[in-house]
Write a protein that binds this ligand. Structure first.
Ligand code: FES
Ligand code: FES
Length: 159
């Protein structure tokens, strides 16, 4: 199949890549750009491990073709911290021990980041991560970590 030119800004870096139109966004991020913080679990849109932000919205990158993101801005987990300076949410995950094996963590962080940027008054935190599965069942600490940021406890720290 003829390759197509993909224009993608990932973590504020602009890329132009010739790719097979059949490639998934997660494949481009991991295999072409080396951003392996985005995990690939179920590959069927069920686990959320591959979640990234696409123009600010949380999407499962195994569920969309890379060409569907042509011209868009993507943020992966690598794009959250500013060097050694973690986002408030990342710091809260650390402080609350909100991970065990860590496989779900990047997806959880991206979904929760999108959630925290929305109008949260009408939403339950559980809704914000309802598309993300933690196989280690560490949901309580994850929810506590997100709640602490939602309540403004990390406002002064990080960005
Ligand atoms: S790998 Fe994409 S949802 Fe599981
Ligand atoms: S910490 Fe292991 S899958 Fe969530």
């Amino acid at each position: 199949m003829k390759k197509k030119l993909l224009h993608l800004t990932v973590n504020d870096e602009y890329h132009e890549l010739y790719i097979s139109p059949k490639k998934l966004l997660v494949e481009i991020l991991r295999d072409e750009l080396g951003l392996t913080g985005t995990k690939r679990g179920c590959n069927t849109g069920a686990c959320g491990a591959c979640t990234v932000l696409l123009d600010g919205a949380a999407v499962k990158s195994c569920s969309i073709l890379a060409m569907q993101a042509d011209g868009a801005k993507v943020t992966t987990v690598e794009g959250l911290a500013d060097g050694a300076e973690l986002t408030p949410l990342q710091q809260s995950f650390l402080d609350h021990g909100a991970f065990q094996c860590g496989f779900c963590t990047s997806g959880m962080l991206m979904s929760a980041t999108a959630f925290l940027q929305e109008d949260r008054a009408t939403k339950d935190i559980k809704e914000g991560i309802q598309g993300n599965i933690c196989r280690c069942t560490g949901y309580n600490s994850i929810l506590r970590a997100i709640k602490a940021v939602a309540e403004g406890k990390y406002k002064e720290e990080g960005r």
